[in-house]
Each structure stands twice: as C-alpha cells, then as structure tokens.
Write a protein that binds this ligand. Structure first.
Ligand SMILES: *[C@@H]1O[C@H](CO)[C@@H](O)[C@H](O)[C@H]1NC(C)=O
Ligand SMILES: *[C@@H]1O[C@H](CO)[C@@H](O)[C@H](O)[C@H]1NC(C)=O
Ligand SMILES: *[C@@H]1O[C@H](CO)[C@@H](O)[C@H](O)[C@H]1NC(C)=O
Ligand SMILES: *[C@@H]1O[C@H](CO)[C@@H](O)[C@H](O)[C@H]1NC(C)=O
Ligand SMILES: *[C@@H]1O[C@H](CO)[C@@H](O)[C@H](O)[C@H]1NC(C)=O
Length: 471
C-alpha cells in the first residue's frame, strides 16, 4: 500500500506512472522534456518489474535517466544517446537497443551485458563503461566494430584476464581509456588492431615493464615526410610502476607521458626513430640515468625532465646528452639538483625557445652557457628559485631574441639596469621574492615589464608595482 502512495506521488512529480499487476509491476515511462532531452526521473524498479515502452512523443534524441534505481534497462527505441549512469544497473538484456550512437552506463553495478543487446551493434560510436568493477565478460565488445570512443576506466581490470582478441574488430576506435585499473602487464599485440587510435589512456595502473612490440600499432592516419612518419597518437602511461622500456616498444607515437613511474632503463631504440615523437614527459622518474635514447628523437618538441633528481654530474651525464634534439623547443629541467651548468651543454639545441631551470641549486651563470651553435632562438629562460647571489647581466646580452628572463626567488640584491636593458629584445623581467633595492627596480621600469608570480602581488611591504624591495 505504501508503494501505491509513493507511485501516485511520483506520477505527478515525474510523469512515471505505475500499474500494479499481481506482484510484478508494469512501469510506464513518460518523458519529461528538459533541455531538449527526454528525462526519466525517479524511476524505481526491481528485477521483477517490467516496463512499457518509453513514450518519447517529441522525438527527443537523448534519453536520460535521473535519480533512478533500476535493475535492467527498458527496451530503448531508435535514439541517438542514452545516459544511464549511476542508477544501479545490474544487467543489460538482449534486444535492449535498436539504433543507438552513444551509450553511457558508467558507475553502475553491471554484471551482465548481453552480446545481443544491440540490434545494430556496428552503429554504436561511443560507449562509457567506467566504474563497473563487477563486469567481467566483455564478449559484447567484439560486435561493436564502429566504436570510436571507449571508456573503461576505474573497473579493476587486468588485461591478462581479457580475451586477447577483444579489440580485433575495432578498426575505427580513436580513443580508449583504461586508466585507474589493476593492469600490471600489457599483452603484446593486444592493441595492434587499433589502427585508428589517437589516444590511449593507461594512466594510474601498475604496469611494470613495456616489452618490445607492446605498442606496435600500425596506425593508418599518418603521413610520411622527410623519412619520418607523422601521426597523432598520444599514450598516457603516467602514474604506473614502469621500470624498463625495451627497444621497439613503441612504433608510432606523437606524445608519450611517462610521468611518475619508476624508470631505470629505456632502450636506445625504444621509440622508433622513424616516427615523429613530439612530446615526451619523463618527470618524476628519479632513478633514470641513461639518456642514450634521446639521440633518436629528432622530432621532439617538448621534453619534460623535471623532478628527476637530475644533475650534470661529470660521471653520470655525458656532455652530448642533448646534442641530437634538433627540433626541441621546450626543455623542462625544473625541480632537480642541478648546481653547475656545463658550458656548451645546450649548444646544439638549435630550435630551443624556452628553458625551465626553476628550483635547482644553480649559483652561477657563465658567459656562453646559453649560446647556440647554429640558430639562437631562445626566447625565455627561467632561473627562478636557485641560489644566485650575484649575476653578471651581460651574459644575457648576446641572446638576440631573449624576451623573458625570470629570476624570482634568488638571493640577488642588486640589478644593474644598464647591463640588463642593453639588449632591447628583453621585455619581461621577473625578480619577485628577492632582496633587490627599490631604486634598481625604478631604473628598470622605463624599459622593462616587471612580471609577477601568479597570484603574488605584495601590497603590505615596500614595493614597486607589487614587487617587494629594499627601500
Ligand atoms: C579517462 O578516464 C578518467 C576517469 O574517468 C578521467 O579522469 C580521464 O581524464 C580520462 N582520460 C581521457 C584521456 O579522457
Ligand atoms: C612496483 O614494482 C616493484 C618492483 O619493481 C614491486 O616490488 C612493487 O610491488 C610494484 N608496485 C605495485 C603497486 O605494483
Ligand atoms: C634508426 O635506428 C636504427 C636501429 O634500429 C639504426 O640502424 C638507424 O641508423 C637509425 N636511423 C636514424 C636516421 O637514426
Ligand atoms: C638522487 O641522486 C643521488 C645521486 O646524484 C643519489 O645519491 C640519491 O639516492 C638519489 N635520490 C633518489 C630519491 O633516487
Ligand atoms: C640586441 O638584439 C638585437 C636583435 O634583436 C640586435 O640587433 C642588437 O644588436 C642587440 N643589441 C645589443 C646591444 O647587443
């Protein structure tokens, strides 16, 4: 009886009416149209209840279940998208969908997904299965040959337990998200059928090693230029437990994120030298000491080597470490243990625009430290939070295009404006959190812009334009 009362109430509020027949209930589903969507609100159904077909009289292209608690989905008519997340779904039965392009069943308790759920399985383009840790049988995926986006994050997945042919028909798949699972190893060849892949997210797993061939995917969407294969293919392997990357682990790749792993060795030919790898993030790998693989990365634009416990020790770091990075524009060496910068270490970086040396232990910059043999394109140098007490600003004068020089948080007490502004290209100067004299800052104002650290504007102490100084 209590249930009947609830039902009557719900039918007013949510347009969902219930007809009680024997013990099972037949639930009518009427759309409430909000934001051009068919919204089905406050539907509660047990395993025994049955549904009447959804009445979507205005032919909205999206059906969304909101604040519902239903065991299995009702039959869904021809539709573009169904959003059925966090409604405690346990099962998706056969013949649930006819034509559907986008299905979100994330954060449910799915245990069963019938391989015959879709009348036209090849028409599904997007599927979100995130947060269904109890789903173990993925046979239904093998028919979804038209998918371009598949989300399988946060599902406690282990790849060894999946059928190795799971992706064999997914030649259209562009984005695959398997982050936040329990993946410890990647079976060689499993991803090979994904020839349209542009983004593979395997971050936040426990992958320990990347053997040869693991990410050998012969993508079809690239092109060849000057003997290099260009493609958009991004691998996110951050926050794993990777210690070794073997030779030929990656063939095609444009961007690889290896942040916060436990790397100790990367094979010299780990990244195919015929692929245009443009971005590599190694930050947070504190034990990596052999960088021979860098010599094969002639297309690399961005290299992040921050937080690696890195220094230019004569014993551990060869002087030619950066010599073949012809295309490198951005080098991040921040948060390391760099004390000395050997003269000439950057000399071959003919494309370099920005070098970040923040948070190291540098105390001295010598003439020629940033000189380039071929082109000199350096535009920004960040030496903030080092141990510089005194600096001869003339060392920056030969850098013809230097526009931004950041020296925040050093122990510099005086700035020679004449020297610093001698080259007119310098425009932005950062000197916050130092002991500089206000007098010097005033001298700079005429020709430079004093830049702040984000959200740091000093107003309660002696300052020039918000930069603290000694009166
Ligand atoms: C993968 O899914 C996780 C969890 O939902 C999300 O945080 C992450 O941004 C997704 N990755 C991509 C590349 O969309
Ligand atoms: C990471 O790898 C080390 C061995 O290199 C192993 O002892 C440890 O258990 C692994 N951690 C996880 C979370 O898998
Ligand atoms: C690419 O690597 C191979 C070894 O795998 C080497 O023999 C070849 O000389 C390299 N090519 C270039 C252009 O560096
Ligand atoms: C950092 O490197 C030094 C040697 O340069 C080494 O003694 C130390 O153990 C390293 N720290 C970590 C966290 O690996
Ligand atoms: C400063 O750099 C410019 C190029 O931007 C150059 O023409 C000029 O000679 C330099 N000035 C001095 C004083 O070195």
């Amino acid at each position: 009886m209590a249930r009947m009362w609830y039902v009557l109430l719900a039918s007013c509020v949510a347009c969902a009416a219930f007809l009680s027949v024997a013990d099972a209930t037949i639930i009518r589903l009427n759309c409430e149209t909000i934001d051009e969507k068919c919204l089905l609100k406050n539907v509660f159904a047990t395993e025994d209840d049955r549904f009447k077909e959804i009445r979507n009289e205005r032919y909205q292209s999206v059906i969304e279940f909101f604040d519902c608690h239903i065991h299995t989905l009702p039959p869904i008519p021809y539709i573009n998208k169904v959003k059925a997340d966090a409604i405690n779904l346990v099962r998706i039965e056969e013949n649930t969908f006819s034509t559907i392009h986008d299905l979100d069943v994330s954060y449910n308790r799915l245990r069963e997904f019938s391989p015959d759920s879709f009348e036209y399985p090849e028409e599904l383009l997007k599927l979100n299965l995130n947060g269904n840790p109890t789903l173990k049988d993925f046979a239904f995926l093998s028919k979804l040959s038209g998918l371009n986006t598949l989300d399988m994050a946060d599902m406690k997945l282990e790849l060894e337990l999946l059928d190795t042919g799971i992706f064999s028909k997914m030649s259209q798949l562009s984005r695959l998200n398997m982050s936040d699972n329990r993946i410890t190893s990647v079976p060689v060849g499993m991803f090979a059928p994904l020839v349209a892949l542009t983004y593979l997210d395997l971050s936040r797993n426990s992958i320990a090693k990347i053997p040869s061939g693991t990410f050998a995917i012969a993508v079809t969407h690239g092109y060849e230029e000057y003997g290099l294969y260009h493609q958009a293919l991004h691998f996110d392997l951050s926050y794993n437990n990777i210690s070794i990357i073997e030779n030929n682990a990656f063939t095609h790749a444009s961007k690889i994120n290896l942040r916060n792993n436990k790397l100790i060795g990367i094979g010299q030919y780990a990244f195919d030298n015929r692929t245009a790898l443009q971005s590599l993030d190694l930050s947070g790998n504190v034990q990596l000491r052999n960088f021979d693989f860098l010599h094969n990365l002639r297309s690399l634009h961005d290299l992040d080597m921050s937080r690696m416990n890195f220094s230019f020790d004569i014993e551990s770091t060869p002087r030619n470490i950066f010599d073949d990075l012809d295309s490198l524009t951005m080098l991040d060496l921040s948060h390391n243990h760099i004390g000395e910068i050997p003269i000439g270490i950057f000399a071959e970086l003919q494309s370099l625009n920005f070098i970040n040396l923040r948070h190291n232990s540098i105390s001295h910059i010598e003439f020629g430290t940033f000189s380039m043999r071929k082109y000199d394109l350096i535009d920004e140098i960040d030496l903030s939070y080092n141990e510089i007490k005194q600096i001869n600003f003339l060392v920056f004068v030969p850098l013809k295009y230097l526009k931004t020089l950041l020296l925040h948080g050093n122990k510099i007490s005086s700035v020679n404006a004449k020297q610093l502004t001698r080259n007119k290209s310098l425009y932005n100067f950062g000197i916050q959190n130092s002991n500089v004299r206000c007098f010097d800052l005033i001298d700079l104002l005429g020709s430079l812009k004093l830049v702040h650290e984000p959200n740091e504007f000093i107003s309660h102490l002696p300052n020039v334009d918000g930069i603290k100084c000694q009166p």
